[in-house]
Structure formats: C-alpha cells, structure tokens
Write a protein that binds this ligand. Structure first.
Ligand code: NAD
Length: 320
C-alpha cells in the first residue's frame, strides 16, 4: 500500500480498497470541502454586494445528460447559497435567439456568471455562442480572452474540469513541481487547458492525442496521467507507472451485460487500480470537482465585478 505523500490528502478523501494497490480518491468529499469554502465566500460578499451572487444557466434542447448536468449545477449552486436562473430553449431555436439571450444576461447587473451547457444541438455553432459571453461572466473559462489569459499566465477565469484535475492532484500529492504529467486528449474543454494548468504548477507536461504513437510507453513515464478521451477503458493498468496518480476525466455510457447501461471512465479501473498509487473513480471523481470549480469561478466573478477582495475557496482548502 502506498503511503500518503502529503498531509493535505486527508484520509476522509481516500476510499481504502482492501487488496488493491491504489488509493481511490473521493471526488465528492474533495468537492464538498471546496463547496463549504465557496459557501463561506458567498456569505462574506453578499452584504457588500447587496444581493446574492447569481449563476445563469442556458440549456438548449432535450439531451438527457445535459439536463442532468444542469440540474446538478443548479442544485449545488443553491446549496452554497447562490441564486440560480435557468433558461431553457428548444433544440430548434436559431443561433441569433441564443446570442440575444446571452447579450441580455451579459448586461444584467444581477447576473455574475453565465454557463452555456455544451454541446449544443446539431446545427448550432457552440464556439460562436461561447464567444458572445462577457469574459468576466464566462465561468467556464472558454472565451478567447480567458483562454488567452491562461496561455499568458495572466489573471482570468480558468476552465472548470482541468482546474478540478489540478486541485485533486495537489490535494493528493502536495507540491507538483517537477512531476511528469501525461494528458491524453487535446480538446479545448479539457486536454489543452489541463496541459497549461499543470505547466503553471511547474510540471513537465506531455500532451497526447489520437495520432500519438506508442501511447502506453509515454504514459508509463508519467507521475500523473490525465485521461480525457471519451473512450471507455482505453487506459490499461499496464500503461501506468507503479505508484502514479491516475485522473480519469472520461464519462462514457456503456451497455452492461444485464441490459442496463452504466457510466464508466476512460481508464480500465480494475487493472489500473492494481498499478496506480492513487486513482479517481469515474463517476465520483472529477465530475463533482468540475461543479465545485464552477462555483469557485462564479463567486470570484461576482467579487471581481464588484471590485471586492476575492475570497479564494481553493486557497482556503489547499494552503500553499
Ligand atoms: P473530445 O471528444 O473533445 O476530445 C477527445 C480527445 O481525445 C481528442 O483530442 C482526441 O485526439 C483524443 N483521442 C481520441 N481517441 C484517442 C485515442 N485512441 N488515443 C488517444 N487520444 C485519443 O472530448 P472532451 O470534451 O475532452 O471529453 C473527453 C471525455 O471527458 C469525455 O468522456 C467527456 O464526457 C468527459 N468529460 C468529463 C467532464 C467531467 O466533468 N468529468 C467534463 C468534460 C468532459
């Protein structure tokens, strides 16, 4: 059994798995710690703001997975004391109607963060819709201005899922300086920003993708593997350096033998748990952290726009 290398990785966040080598990181417990710090931030800024911080969520179409994600985001926002407003548009809505709604939310002084649930239904240009967001309210951190700020290492809103990955790595391993990280997947949403965020933690990062040759060999050199691919069970235990941290971002619905469907990650959990030192389950790992970081970004956006000192819930949970 690998020993805990950093005191920040409290045992309450690690689910012990008897007989297996890896410790399983409890993303729900880690997210609950961040949510508690966000709730404190909301309590602090509300009197000066003169209103409750507000997250607006735009959901287009009937995709059941998207509807579930939106429900969870709204539930968690309200649980930390924020206000939330939901705008549901039908799948056949035209692009201009969505952008008009976003412009209206951009200028609404009572709205601090705007989230457009992606992907949008076929025929709509998600990238253009995202670019219509006011960057100071873009709590997913996807506008050109926030993406550029990430590249430059300047202040800006960072994307939620990769921020959640870095948070889990820091909570588990402490200072990440000098760690070798392999990120699998080069999406704008996860892979590319994860690469830059781990780089900002002084890691040596290799970004891999579908055209990368000999991925298993590259992965075996990593202290931290981040899988963000969308291929169930792609990453095998034999790809993992003994003792490494494995962060599974993937959420894939597959059919079970009993005719039911279930969610699995991009990592073959049964084999990876035998080799890894630490592993996130999927679901129950990165997913809850994604929402926690959305709430962090929303309270920060509310504070910035009002010119207040920004309470940093991540610093409260992860002292440097
Ligand atoms: P994407 O489809 O935009 O990108 C997938 C990437 O994987 C691409 O860059 C592609 O090059 C790479 N890839 C595909 N096949 C590969 C292979 N065989 N070997 C190596 N690389 C390969 O996906 P995304 O939006 O980055 O999402 C990835 C996964 O993460 C999905 O399962 C998605 O549902 C999940 N996700 C989870 C959360 C969360 O909060 N947990 C958030 C976002 C995405």
């Amino acid at each position: 059994m690998t020993s805990l290398p950093h005191e920040a990785a409290s045992m309450t966040d690690i689910i012990a798995c008897s007989g297996a080598a890896a410790k399983v990181i409890d993303g729900k417990a880690a997210a609950a710690a961040v949510d508690a710090a966000v709730a404190e931030g909301v309590r602090q800024i509300t009197p000066t703001l003169g209103r409750i911080p507000c997250l607006a969520v735009v959901l287009v179409g009937q995709n059941p997975a998207s509807a579930l994600y939106v429900r969870n985001k709204i539930r968690r926002a309200e649980a930390v004391g924020m206000r939330s407003v939901q705008h549901r548009l039908s799948a056949d809505v035209n692009q201009k109607t969505i952008i008009d709604l976003i412009r209206q939310l951009n200028t609404d002084a009572g709205v601090d963060g705007i989230l457009v649930q992606l992907p949008l239904p076929a025929g709509l240009d998600g990238a253009r819709v995202v670019q219509s967001l006011d960057p100071t309210k873009d709590v997913d951190g996807l506008t050109s201005r926030n993406a550029g700020a990430l590249v430059l290492g300047a202040a800006g809103i960072r994307p939620c899922t990769p921020s959640g990955c870095v948070f889990l790595a820091r909570r588990t391993l402490g200072d990440l300086t000098g760690k070798s990280v392999v990120v699998i997947g080069r999406s704008i949403l996860v892979g590319k920003p994860a690469t830059l965020l781990f780089l900002a933690e002084n890691c040596t990062v290799t970004l891999t993708h579908s055209r990368t040759g000999d991925l298993p060999r590259i992965c075996r050199q990593a202290d931290i593997v981040v899988a963000a691919v969308g291929r169930p069970g792609l990453v095998k235990g034999s790809w993992i350096k003994p003792g490494a941290l494995v962060i599974d971002v993937g959420i894939n619905r597959i059919d079970s033998k009993d005719g039911q469907s279930r969610l699995v990650g991009d990592v073959d959990f049964e084999s990876a748990i035998e080799t890894a030192g630490f592993i996130t389950p999927a679901p129950g790992g990165v997913g809850p952290m994604t929402i926690a970081m959305l709430l962090v970004n929303t309270v920060a956006a509310a504070s910035h726009r009002a010119g207040l000192d920004v309470p940093d819930p991540v610093a409260a949970v992860l002292p440097r």
